[in-house]
Design a protein around this ligand. Structure first.
Ligand code: SAH
Length: 413
């Protein structure tokens, strides 16, 4: 049976803490104390490398000798980890007599105090676990909790709101190309903290199901030619919610800064004095071709690729085809509508009509479909198959690799 215990969290900043022992266990204890801001003194005839570094950095003071009577005097907290039972006994007895809490590394059952296994979040959440005398068990539980905190699968949202004057933060989060698990760990973690999620049509949707009921979800529902919210309205809503003290995740498809207007949203936040940060995402530019088994560069075929938006007409496509070497892979986003004109223009500007082209629709989703042809015939093939947006168009010899590499399954094994 674990002895009765009473958990408490200490503010050790500036307070004297004594570590007796010079080995790796003492080093871990001393490091934790230093990080807590304590005035750390180490008593030991020799130091392991980690402790020596701490002392060399002047983050702890070293008394280079054996433990002696009086060493714990004036301390608020003592750790003993000498590996020598009689010495640990003597330290613990001296601390007990002086009413100083002493943590023994050698034997928790006779120790007056324990240190828990700890997990923390950047915003101040602290989880401390003791394992009833089994440190391995407490670490395992701590690690499981830490993993949940990291992945955002634990409900870590603040329930106490900021003061009325507080301003929330806008996080521009890249959601990746469509599959929920291609969202970054950081993005997932921020979602778990969000009060408001402002989501685009192409952002992963499954992650929204894990949000608490009181999280506000604003769907921008952008479909081509049919904008539910204009860009100005999106900028307005993210700024206004943050000003209410709410944390906002702006969840976007792919990467926020690749044809995603994330830069504009960040500027709107700056102009309004609202803190904003960006979390990169897996962009469709490279990941959607990959889903179809097409690497955008490949040794012996090409070492470069160019991204072009086909949204604003075919001129940018022609320019992109001229500038780099003709071997450069071209990746067209928003390219379905102007596919026929784009292919004609590329042939006119010098790309061989036999250049392979792939159109990959809805990459990394259950609806993924690839249509392959050449600059001469892809438009007709795409039309015949009813190819629809969202799709990534890849132009270049790398497309042929698909026969040997792909397609890769959008599902995990
Ligand atoms: N910021 C995004 C791109 C936004 S522009 C990114 O980094 O991926 C929108 C275009 O991206 C679509 O028209 C389409 O060309 C492409 N796209 C995004 N997700 C896609 C997907 N899952 N499958 C195919 N194309 C996709």
């Amino acid at each position: 049976m674990a002895p009765p215990s009473y958990p408490v969290v200490l503010d050790l900043s500036g307070r004297r803490a004594v570590v007796v022992g010079g080995g790796p266990v003492a080093a871990r204890r001393a490091t934790g104390l230093v990080e807590a801001g304590a005035a750390v003194e180490v008593v030991a005839p020799w130091l392991c490398e980690e402790l020596a570094l701490l002392v060399a950095d002047r983050r702890a003071v070293w008394h280079a000798r054996d433990y002696a009577d009086g060493d714990v005097d004036g301390a608020w907290l003592v750790h003993t980890a000498t590996g020598d039972r009689p010495v640990d006994d003597a330290v613990a007895a001296a601390a007990e007599a002086a009413r100083i809490w002493c943590v023994r590394a050698d034997d928790a059952s006779v120790s007056a105090a324990w240190t828990p296994a700890v997990a923390r979040t950047a915003d101040g959440l602290l989880v401390a676990v003791t394992g009833g005398g089994d440190p391995g068990r407490s670490r395992a539980v701590r690690d499981a909790v830490a993993a949940g905190l990291d992945s955002g699968t634990l409900p870590v949202r603040r329930t106490r709101r900021r003061a009325a004057s507080g301003v929330g933060t806008v996080h521009l989060v890249g959601g990746g190309p469509g599959h929920d698990d291609l969202l970054t760990v950081r993005g997932r973690r921020l979602l778990a903290h969000a009060d408001v999620v402002v989501v685009d049509r192409l952002a992963p949707r499954g992650v929204l199901e894990h949000l608490a009921d009181d999280v506000e979800v604003i769907d921008c529902g952008k479909t081509p030619g049919h904008h539910q919210l204009t860009q100005d309205q999106i900028n307005e809503v993210i700024v206004e919610r943050a000003r209410q003290g709410l944390d906002v995740v702006r969840l976007k498809g792919g990467d926020p800064f690749v044809l995603g207007r994330g830069g504009e949203e960040a500027l709107a936040c700056h102009a309004a004095g609202v803190p904003v940060d960006v979390v990169p995402g897996v962009t469709s530019v490279v990941s959607v071709p990959a889903a179809a088994g097409i690497p955008v560069t490949h040794r012996g075929i090409t070492t470069s690729f160019a991204l072009v938006s086909a949204h604003d007409g075919i001129e940018p496509i022609v320019d992109a085809a001229r500038e780099p070497s003709p071997a450069t892979t071209l990746v067209l986003l928003m390219g379905v509508r102007l596919l026929a004109q784009s292919c004609e223009a590329l042939v006119e500007s010098g790309r061989p009509a036999s250049t392979p082209v792939a159109v990959v629709e809805s990459g990394w989703t259950a609806g993924q479909r690839t249509t392959v042809g050449t600059l001469a015939d892809i438009a007709a093939k795409a039309e015949a198959r009813g190819v629809q947006s969202p799709a990534v168009v890849v132009v270049g010899d790398v497309v042929a690799l698909r026969d040997r590499l792909g397609p890769f399954s959008p599902e995990l094994p």
